[in-house]
Design a protein around this ligand. Structure first.
Ligand SMILES: Nc1ncnc2c1ncn2[C@@H]1O[C@H](COP(=O)(O)OP(=O)(O)O)[C@@H](O)[C@H]1O
Ligand SMILES: [Mg+2]
Length: 258
């Protein structure tokens, strides 16, 4: 089943002589349960794309469909409800509230709109268990390692039981051990909770935990790489595609004039 359809998505910033096409007729689809990586050179439009899916920005042309709904048709309050109920966010900067315990940080999204779910304690126990945070619930963020903090962010993203998690460089500020651990937890969430994940990353190692990588360049779809064999083999093919996209080689969209 298709969860996300990016449909001729175009975003132009600026006007007249100062126009930037951050997204330029981008098309692709994501199925339920996929763990998709989004890669591409800096300025390719990756963050703009996530912002569109998150309804934090609006397209110039085209649309994003999530679970059969065209996001451009949502009113402001419907968009707010969509973000609250269907999306989970994991960003590079943790945005944890320093004066709240880990437990209160995780359950925060459930307290925005009353009534609180009656199973809040059970949900907390469950996500804490899945993300290896059960023994840390009474701590405060500054008593955690960076890796633990990012896992709290992931738990907070999961507590509302979203159908889609959006992650922008979630391992960007982690050392490789903490990054590996977070990615293993994300993989577990993807499998056990049946949540679809879309993750922007510039890092091939991080990307190798996904099932499929969509490469974008100059705001348009460039290529994709799907995992078949081992993670190492997938990693190698991701590196190859990065070389292709950066070298501007055989998949050039337009023919050079000279
Ligand atoms: N708010 C904005 N105003 C003007 N230009 C923007 C804005 N946001 C992004 N851009 C431009 O759009 C392009 C894509 O940006 P972005 O989506 O952040 O790329 P990425 O995340 O892939 O590095 C870049 O050229 C960037 O400078
Ligand atoms: Mg970005």
């Amino acid at each position: 089943m298709r969860v996300v359809k990016v449909d001729h998505l175009t975003k132009i910033y600026g006007h007249r002589f100062n126009r930037v096409a951050a997204l330029n007729d981008l098309n692709f689809q994501v199925d339920a349960g996929e763990f998709v990586g989004i890669m591409g050179p800096s300025g390719a439009g990756k963050s703009t794309l996530l912002n569109m899916i998150a309804t934090l920005d609006t397209p110039t042309l085209g649309d994003v469909w999530v679970a059969g709904q065209a996001l451009s048709t949502l009113t402001d309050s419907e968009a707010a409800q969509y973000r609250r109920e269907q999306l989970g966010f994991i960003f590079q900067t943790f945005n944890l509230l320093p004066d709240l315990t880990v437990a209160d940080n995780i359950t925060l999204p459930l307290t925005f709109v009353p009534p609180r779910p009656t199973d809040m304690a059970a949900r907390l126990a469950h996500v804490a268990e899945v993300l290896g945070l059960s023994s840390l619930l009474t701590r405060y963020p500054d008593q955690l390692s960076l890796g633990q903090r990012q896992r709290v962010t992931a738990a907070r993203a999961m507590i509302t039981r979203p159908s889609l998690i959006l992650a922008d460089e979630p391992t960007g500020s982690l050392d490789s051990m903490a990054a590996t651990e977070l990615l293993q937890y994300l993989t577990k969430l993807n499998l056990a909770e049946d949540v679809t994940i879309m993750m922007v990353t510039h890092d091939a190692f991080t990307a190798s935990f996904c099932n499929r990588i969509i490469f974008i360049r100059d705001g348009a779809y460039f290529a994709e790489v799907t995992r078949h064999g081992t993670r190492q083999e997938f990693f190698d093919r991701i590196i190859d595609m990065e070389a292709t996209i950066n070298g501007g080689g055989r998949r050039r969209a337009t023919t050079p004039r000279d």
